[in-house]
Design a protein around this ligand. Sequence first.
Ligand SMILES: Cc1cc2nc3c(=O)[nH]c(=O)nc-3n(C[C@H](O)[C@H](O)[C@H](O)COP(=O)(O)O)c2cc1C
Ligand code: SF4
Ligand code: SF4
Length: 271
Amino acid sequence: MNIGLIYFSATNNTETIGKIIKHEIEAIESSVKVFLINITPYSTRNNHLNLAKCEKFIFGFPVYGWRVPNVVREWLKTLEGKGRECAMFFTYGGINSGVVHYDTYKILNENDFKVLSSAEFIASHTYNLGGWNILENRPNEEDFEIARQYSRSILKQFQESNPILFQIKPHEYSDKTLERIENNPKRMVKIPRWTAECDVCGVCNNLCPTNAIDAENQIIKDEKCIRCLSCVFNCPESVLKVDDLTRLYKMALKVEHLTEKEINNRKSKIF
Ligand SMILES: Cc1cc2nc3c(=O)[nH]c(=O)nc-3n(C[C@H](O)[C@H](O)[C@H](O)COP(=O)(O)O)c2cc1C
Ligand code: SF4
Ligand code: SF4
């Protein structure tokens, strides 16, 4: 069996969980191959991906404003499931995973995928790069163990001839509310900036999910930038920085009625 594990990961949390799932499935069943397919860089979503060799899929994405990043949602809508089975998993920064399970399930279902299961994993928040300091060591061994458990359950479902389909209730939020939540980072986080000259190695250009960055001229296009901070995280010279975001952290806790203790006690879950 060939499984395509398709993931988006700007700062490696989702990729880390994806690699554990691949490793566990291949360790249990040597005849199964899991192909890691990274759709984070802009070019990967704009070149044709040959998914014909994959009989099943696992989709892994981060939560950006309660759903998966909009660039991923739009790309998913271009896929043809052709009745193939899939599993989903998400990583999120302990604030709120929102409507991510239902929203992604709905897109996949509408594109003729048979969704069998879902899981969510706690991970360090991207905005720790801007001065937040929550869940800095997550995912940890406890989360990895849940990822291994989830891998075993995915494999079992993929091997069944008539697996039970994933069941989830629709959420009650309007598109307008979800768009507002999604746009919060864009409104409140300034684009990253250069703090020094650099050698123009091109890493940030190559990895940027939206083609927003021009390292040679030290320009980031505000309207294209989704504040994923891949460029800040991956810059080998650490010259790209984002402004201090601690005010946003305090606001997020207030709006979500959360305490730091509650965030730190969050557990990864299989649904
Ligand atoms: C633009 C943006 C929006 C985010 N929105 C949420 C959110 O709504 N809830 C949450 O708990 N974490 C949120 N996060 C944190 C990420 O979900 C989390 O850090 C995730 O593990 C990042 O995955 P990656 O390292 O694979 O890119 C957001 C991060 C970014 C960059
Ligand atoms: S990754 Fe860093 S060093 Fe490389 S081009 Fe971008 S800003 Fe310059
Ligand atoms: S320029 Fe914006 S979209 Fe591109 S990697 Fe940096 S933060 Fe992400």
